[in-house]
Design a protein around this ligand. Structure first.
Ligand code: C2E
Ligand code: CA
Ligand code: CA
Length: 859
């Protein structure tokens, strides 16, 4: 043994000490000896010499072995203490060993000394190592970053560390010895019993999650790793416990986000399908509740007029709660203090992530909590700039709505808003298509449709007699002109209201035309009932005086009636016949007339187109509009064309294509054509007299007119009044082609030219005039037909035709006019091609004479 063993000897007899020293050396120990005799020296040497072992005599002068042992045990318990003494009693020996001595030897029997010392020292060193190991183990547990709880085989807590105290909120003393179930919820009890075949039972570790419970009763998700400690004392279970709330929250949040994304997707697909608002909102709530796993979803919509918010769609909430919500939203005492009010006022989403402690929720807290709603999210639904309602989502979790969710849910609200708005607009459009916006009554289309349905239903059932009544407000146009449109509108609204209020069945009341209404009188009514209704009730009601601009106006009405089924089997013919009856009533100046079968024949005669045109001529119902022709180089008005219109009373301006053919067919065109020429001439004179620089006015002349033998003298007679060079005659190519003797027509045109008129070929390009023929005609201008102009910028062929006509005109020294120019592109092309003039909507359509005069003044 190379190591030096320090031996402190408490021995008053030096030789005895020497004997012991020799014995130790003889036993193979490498020793250094220090001998002391007194108490003080003993104490001092224990500290200074730091012996590995103490050998002590039992009796010393002024000191004794037992006291020394006590001193040594107190000051240096790690140093083994051995008695080496003369004979002592058994009792004393036992006391010595109880007192902490490791051995006892007799001076008479020292050969065991070396062995005893070696064993004592070895043992002491082992002990120290064990203590060090124990304290290392202790530190390891104590300062571990996680809570550690060691449980004995009875399920009681044996060791806990600082983290465990922190985590569970118990003092160490409260935990030690208690059942391990103290730390978990009842549901998780017995968690510390290892399953027999688990990894942990064979030395490994087994991990699982359970719900742990703190001293204050709060709970948290915990991850537990169990491992078994098999010692001589038995089986121990060590558990490392970690709070995984954060991780769970993270997972939970991820899950929620996924769910919200799913809702978004589902709602967007609903938006594509659904065409009415209620279904949209119902679906939105259902999806939020079912797929989003919210505890509840409610949509409230605010009445536009009263501003009262009503729940209109919901899922997962009960009726009393809806009622409570309604109160919250419309709370008169604290307006806008609740989440709903806030959301509406700030037009921004509002969150309460802990209803239990949110002061804003104080007045309604119990309503929410008793239903398990712990968080709420309210987002306004917007129609453009204005909130029309809210979407409220409820969750049973605290902190259910963080930024991410808020963002996604606001997007969701936007989608719902957009679609709601879209449907509303669509409904509005449908509404406008079927309702008269002025009176709110169905319009003609809806009336006919509904009457059609009524008749269909009737056809299959009992043969009800129905009457269709058409009512006309007399002199409405006059009132409109006298008092202005606004007054006219108001008047119609009043009439509509009066009719609605006094009809027994206003469901079939409609506004048919500007100043006429129609309704169906039902309920097996016969002609007598209907006549009575009109004469007694309606006439009186409609005729009641009304105030317009401080004036009292009394309206009169007339009615035409058609009976079902005798006067017509469908809504169209009934209305037509009621109209015929109304016309007759007006002519006869009676309040009302029933339709009769022979009425049609008479009306047909009276109102035949020809008859009406004849009368139009007699009553001067024709008017001329004027369309300017413009110089393509400088943009000035260099000509104009007179275009005829028929101002038919009760109909309005009728375009020429609807009546010229009839005028030609009936020969009336000759008369009307003369009127046109005379009227255009007069207009020219009148404008000139006003000091306007009037360009030539072109008039359209039908072949039928020209073919009249007296055509030329007739025209000249008209023009003889005043100047004669003011007109241009527009004729079509076909005049020459269809003519038996084209030379006659040519002669007539030549004669007119002599008299100072000019001649233009209208609609040029549609006929098949040959070049040589054209060259011999007494003409001045070619008007390129509108069909070519329309197609010129898109069709190369049309462009070629236009360009050819222009160069042809140039080579024949004829002017060229492009008809029907509607776009800037066409104008620019024509300018490049060298066309002289253009005429068309781009510059102006045909306009009344006064408008034309205005244009001329401006140049
Ligand atoms: P038209 O002689 O070819 O007259 C030009 C027609 O084209 C006019 O139609 C005019 O309004 C229309 N128009 C002018 N610029 C444009 C445009 O840029 N785009 C389009 N889409 N149309 C344009 P309106 O006034 O309906 O006259 C139709 C036809 O009736 C005339 O065709 C003419 O043949 C005949 N007509 C008009 N007035 C009289 C008349 O007093 N006597 C005779 N016999 N016929 C007439
Ligand atoms: Ca023309
Ligand atoms: Ca034309």
């Amino acid at each position: 043994m190379s190591e030096i063993l320090k031996v402190l000897m408490l021995e008053d007899v030096a030789t005895e000490a020497e004997l012991a020293r020799r014995e130790l050396i003889r036993g193979g120990l490498n020793i250094e000896v220090s001998r002391v005799e007194t108490r003080n020296a003993f104490i001092a040497q224990m500290a200074e010499f730091r012996p590995d072992v103490i050998l002590s005599d039992f009796s010393l002068p002024g000191f004794d072995g037992i006291s020394a042992l006590k001193l040594a045990r107190d000051a240096h318990p790690e140093i083994p203490f051995i008695f080496v003494s003369g004979t002592i009693g058994e009792e004393t020996a036992i006391n010595a060993l109880k007192g902490g001595a490791v051995d006892y030897l007799l001076k008479t029997n020292l050969q065991r000394l070396a062995i005893a010392v070696r064993r004592a020292v070895d043992e002491a060193r082992g002990q120290a190592a064990r203590v060090r190991a124990e304290s290392r183990f202790h530190d390891l547990i104590e300062y571990a970053p996680h809570a550690i709880v060691v449980i004995d085989q009875h399920g009681c807590i044996d060791i806990v560390n600082a983290q465990a105290e922190l985590l569970f909120g118990y003092a160490r003393s409260e935990m030690l010895g208690a059942s391990a179930n103290l730390l978990v919820t009842t549901a998780s009890a017995q968690w510390h019993v290892l399953p027999p075949d688990s990894a942990a039972s064979s030395g490994g570790t087994v991990s699982f999650e359970l719900t742990a419970q703190r001293r204050d009763g709060t709970r948290f998700p915990a991850e537990i790793s169990l491992s078994r400690l098999q010692t001589a004392d038995g089986l121990w279970i060590s558990s490392v416990i970690r709070d995984v709330s954060e991780r769970w929250a993270q997972q939970e949040r991820l899950l929620r986000m996924t769910r919200i994304r799913t809702i978004l997707g589902s709602i967007n697909s609903v938006i594509l399908r659904v065409r009415d608002k209620q279904t949209l909102l119902d679906e939105a709530c259902r999806i939020a509740f079912e797929q989003g796993e919210f505890a509840g979803a409610v949509v409230g919509v605010r009445d536009a007029e009263t501003q009262v918010m009503r729940p209109v769609a919901w899922a997962g909430v009960d009726e009393p709660f809806l009622h409570a919500l309604e109160l919250i939203a419309n709370e008169p005492v604290r307006p806008g203090q609740g989440l709903i009010g806030l959301a509406l006022r700030d037009m921004h989403s509002v969150i309460s992530n802990d209803i239990g402690s949110d002061p804003r929720m104080a007045p309604w807290r119990s309503q929410f909590l008793e239903r398990g709603y712990r968080s709420a999210f309210v987002v306004p639904l917007m129609a453009g700039e204005h909130p029309f309602g809210i979407l409220a989502l409820l969750s049973e979790h605290v902190d259910a709505f963080n930024d991410d969710e808020q963002h996604l849910l606001s997007e969701l609200a936007d989608d719902i808003s957009f679609s709601h708005d879209f449907i509303a607009k669509e409904e509005q459009i449908n509404y406008l298509a079927y309702f008269d916006s002025l009176t709110g009554l169905p319009n003609r289309a809806l009336f006919l449709e509904r009457v059609g349905q009524l008749l269909n239903a009737n056809a299959s059932g009992a043969q009800d007699h129905l009457a269709m009544v058409l009512i006309d407000v007399e002199r409405f146009r006059h009132i409109n002109e006298t008092f202005g449109r606004l007054a006219g509108d108001e008047l119609l609204r009043v009439v509509a209201r009066r009719l609605r209020d006094s009809l027994p069945d206003a469901g079939y009341l409609a506004r048919i035309n500007a100043d006429s209404f129609a309704f169906i009188a039902r309920g097996n009514c016969d002609a007598v009932d209907v006549a009575a209704l009109i004469e007694k009730d309606l006439a009186g009601v409609v005729g009641e005086p009304m105030q317009i601009r401080d004036k009292s106006v009394r309206l009169t009405m007339r009615a035409g009636i058609a009976m079902y089924p005798i006067d017509g089997a469908d809504s169209d013919s009934l209305l037509r016949n009621a109209e015929a009856a109304l016309k007759d009533a007006k002519i006869a100046k009676v309040r009302s007339l029933f339709y009769t079968a022979d009425m049609n024949a008479r009306t047909a005669e009276r109102y035949s187109l020809e008859g009406r045109l004849r009368r139009a001529l007699e009553e001067q119902q024709f008017v001329l509009h004027y369309q300017p022709k413009v110089d393509l180089q400088n943009g000035r008005i260099v000509g104009m064309e007179a275009l005829i219109r028929w101002n038919e009373p009760g109909v309005g301006l009728v375009p020429p294509l609807q009546f010229i053919p009839m005028l030609e067919e009936s020969g009336l065109i000759v008369e009307v054509g003369s009127w046109v020429i005379a009227h255009a001439h007069q207009q020219y004179q009148a404008w000139s007299a006003m000091g306007l620089a009037v360009p030539r006015i072109a008039v359209n002349v039908s072949q039928l007119q020209i073919r009249q033998n007296d055509f030329v003298p007739r025209v000249l007679a008209i023009l003889a009044v005043g100047e004669s060079s003011d007109l241009e005659i527009e004729i079509t190519e076909s005049l020459f082609m269809d003519d038996n003797d084209p030379n006659v027509s040519r002669g007539k045109l030549a004669a007119l030219r002599e008299a100072g008129l000019t001649i233009a070929i209208d609609d040029f390009g549609t006929g098949y005039s040959s070049l040589s023929y054209l060259a011999r005609l007494p003409i001045d201008t070619l008007k390129i037909d509108r069909s070519f102009i329309t197609g010129m910028t898109s069709s190369a062929e049309n462009m070629a035709i236009v360009s050819t006509i222009i160069s042809l005109a140039e080579s024949l020294r004829l002017g060229s006019v492009a008809e029907g120019v509607e776009t800037i592109e066409q104008r620019e092309q024509l300018r490049l091609l060298g066309c002289d003039q253009m005429q068309g909507f781009l510059f102006s359509p045909g306009v009344p004479a006064d408008v034309m005069a205005g244009m001329l003044t401006l140049q």
